[in-house]
Design a protein around this ligand. Structure first.
Ligand code: G6P
Length: 607
């Protein structure tokens, strides 16, 4: 998660960019840099380390020019050196980037074969060379940028400036957010409105797939389909600028939509993209020697643990026990000496989870935690902390923290499997590649939002809703049901598909919608049979699957939600998105408060 800024001003750009970068430093501070255009020439200053170093460099060697872009980096591809710091340049352009470009290796090979010489190890540099290649073919600046962006795969936000062009910044968004600010004869670009707050309170947000041609007095936006579109500028209140909902009505919506970006951040913290291996940092015990794993958590975090149980057992062949923290601490669980106890908590302050942690610490377990707030009590009392890097989660119902918890648990399962030699290098590469594709595929999955919003209007008046899935989708069915009841107050239950016939099927009639989560995997046929049992009893099925699965269901389902086809390992990430959206839009249709549902609290510090 890096921070990017762009300015076309009436005065010197670099001091303005520097101030804006300070507000984005929370996104990363491994290195920083600014590039400007002055007398047609691109020039830049880049430094390793925090922004202060960039301030010193600019004092020693000021950077003139009324147009520029800046970056504060959280390293993903390539070490945090000056050489890898943004902006990256080629002979014609300078680029700043936030996110991951998945196909950079292929593009780099292609460009090197065409005579381009690379100066860094980053994925970003391919953008500079690709735009240059299109300029050399005679394309206009904006056209060259758009053609280059169309070749990129992954989740990214970009700011691009050009040699010889002092009135143009191109901004592009595919996943991570990007805001444009309008000043008095000046324009700004930033990773969030907060960064632009000192300069302007008139802000618009780019949508996914947008490319913006930003000039000092006008902005032209072309959407993913190549159509010119208007994105409304709105006035941000001072408080809104501090904790910003972007162009969303609720924090929950914003947090659902920012998952591609934060998941990119999480995977970057745990995977080496060049080696395609998992990297956990220092772990103060031997994962290969752990006789048993116990995972405790509450609420949504517990369902992340439930997914992890499948991953650990399938990949690392280690016995995993999972428990709701409030139950675990009182049931006097037997744990072998030297076992690993993992605690999953967004806040790191949940009283039940903390009590379970202390119980395990007293009973000879190694204690690891997976938290969003690293300085929390659970974080502080753990032998090792694996941060989820989700950023602040404001909506009471957890969304992005859940998928980021999944990402860390997946990395931990792979590392444990490698340590125990239950997977080979090839399998690790496949799994890491699959995890790296999650930001892109969640972006694609978010495309169902409009369809789900329409469906939610029909669901809002129902009294009960059932969810079911098998294998890795069983916990997602439980999470989907929890999300819906938390914020829409509709009674919802999640079940394992095979368990329906042992009781829940008695609930089904024409009034009960049933959400079936069924990727086309080895359990698909079994899930289909369970679905037929529901349809035979009049149940209205909302069927969530990939293209192959949707082909099989024909017209039997009442509604069909398409999720991209993917490696089964990462299916829980993708199927989480539609169940979150369904809960959110149903709450909006009912008029309940999605961000602050009744009776709940974000962090429960009492037993
Ligand atoms: C509360 C929240 C839930 C959350 C649970 C665990 O009940 O409303 O959204 O899943 O606590 O919180 P934690 O901070 O430990 O993940």
């Amino acid at each position: 998660m890096c921070g990017i800024v762009g300015v076309i001003g009436k005065s010197e750009a670099s001091p303005v960019i520097f101030e804006a970068l300070k507000r984005l430093e929370y996104r990363g501070y491994d290195s920083a840099g600014i590039a400007t255009v002055e007398n047609g020439q691109i020039d830049r200053r880049r430094v390793e380390g925090k922004l202060n170093n960039l301030g010193d460099a600019l004092t020693t060697s000021p950077l003139p020019g009324k147009i520029g872009i800046g970056h504060t980096r959280w390293a993903t591809h390539g070490a945090p050196t000056e050489q890898n710091a943004h902006p990256h340049v080629s002979s014609h352009v300078a680029v700043v980037h936030n996110g991951i470009i998945e196909n950079f290796r292929d593009l780099r090979n292609e460009l090197e074969a065409g005579g381009h010489t690379f100066a860094s190890e980053t994925d970003t540099e391919v953008v500079a060379h690709l735009v240059t290649a299109y300029l050399q073919e005679g394309k206009s600046h904006f056209e060259a940028a758009r053609l280059a962006v169309a070749r990129l795969e992954g989740a990214f936000a970009l700011g691009i400036i050009f040699q010889g062009e002092e009135d143009l910044i191109v901004g592009a968004r595919h996943g991570p957010p990007l805001a444009i600010g309008e000043g008095d004869g000046e324009m700004y670009l930033g990773s969030d409105a907060f960064a632009l707050a000192p300069m302007t309170n008139r802000v618009c947000y780019l949508e996914d797939g947008d490319c913006a041609e930003i000039r000092h007095d006008a902005v032209t936006i072309i959407d993913a389909d190549g159509n010119q579109v208007e994105r409304p500028f709105t006035i941000m209140m001072a408080s809104a600028q501090l904790v910003d909902k972007g162009n969303h009505r609720h924090f929950m919506a914003k947090e659902i939509h920012e998952q591609p970006e934060v998941l990119g951040h999480t995977i970057s913290a745990y995977a080496d993209p060049l080696q395609e291996t998992i990297y956990l940092g220092r772990v103060p015990f031997d994962l290969a020697a752990v006789p048993k794993i116990t995972i405790s958590a509450c609420g949504t975090a517990f369902y992340a643990a439930m997914v992890a149980k499948y991953w650990f057992e399938q990949l690392a062949r280690v016995s995993v026990e999972i428990d709701i923290a409030s139950e675990f601490r009182y049931r006097e669980a037997a744990m072998p000496e030297g076992g690993l106890a993992i605690f999953v908590s967004q806040s790191g302050e949940t009283a039940d989870t903390l009590a379970a942690l202390r119980y395990c610490a007293q009973n000879g377990q190694h204690v690891a935690s997976i938290v969003n707030v690293v300085e929390s009590t659970i974080g502080r009392e753990s032998e090792v902390v694996f941060p989820i890097h989700a950023g602040p989660e404001i909506g009471v119902a957890s969304t992005k923290a859940f998928t980021c918890q999944l990402m860390v648990l997946a990395a931990l399962a792979i590392a444990t499997a490698r340590a125990r030699k239950t997977i080979d290098d090839e399998t690790e590469t496949r799994l890491v590649r699959a995890l790296t594709s999650v930001p892109r595929l969640t972006t694609e999955t978010l495309g169902v939002a409009g369809q789900i919003e329409a469906l939610a209007h029909d669901l809002a008046s129902t009294r009960d809703i059932l969810y079911f899935g098998r294998g890795l989708q069983y916990p997602i069915a439980l999470e989907g049901a929890l999300k819906l009841k938390e914020i829409s107050y509709i009674h919802a239950e999640g079940y394992a598909g095979g368990e329906l016939k042992h009781g829940p099927i008695a609930l089904i009639d024409e009034q009960v919608p049933v959400i079936v989560i069924a990727p086309y995997d080895r359990l698909f046929d079994k899930t289909m049979s369970n679905m037929q049992e529901v349809i035979a009893r009049g149940g209205r099925v909302v069927f969530m699957s990939d293209d192959k699965g949707l082909d099989h269901v024909g017209n039997d389902a009442w509604a069909k939600i398409r999720v991209p086809e993917a490696d089964p390992f990462i299916s829980p990430f993708l199927y989480t998105i539609p169940v979150q959206l369904l809960a959110y839009y149903t709450a909006v249709a009912k008029g309940t408060d999605a961000d602050q549902p009744r009776n709940l609290a974000k962090s429960v510090t009492v037993e």
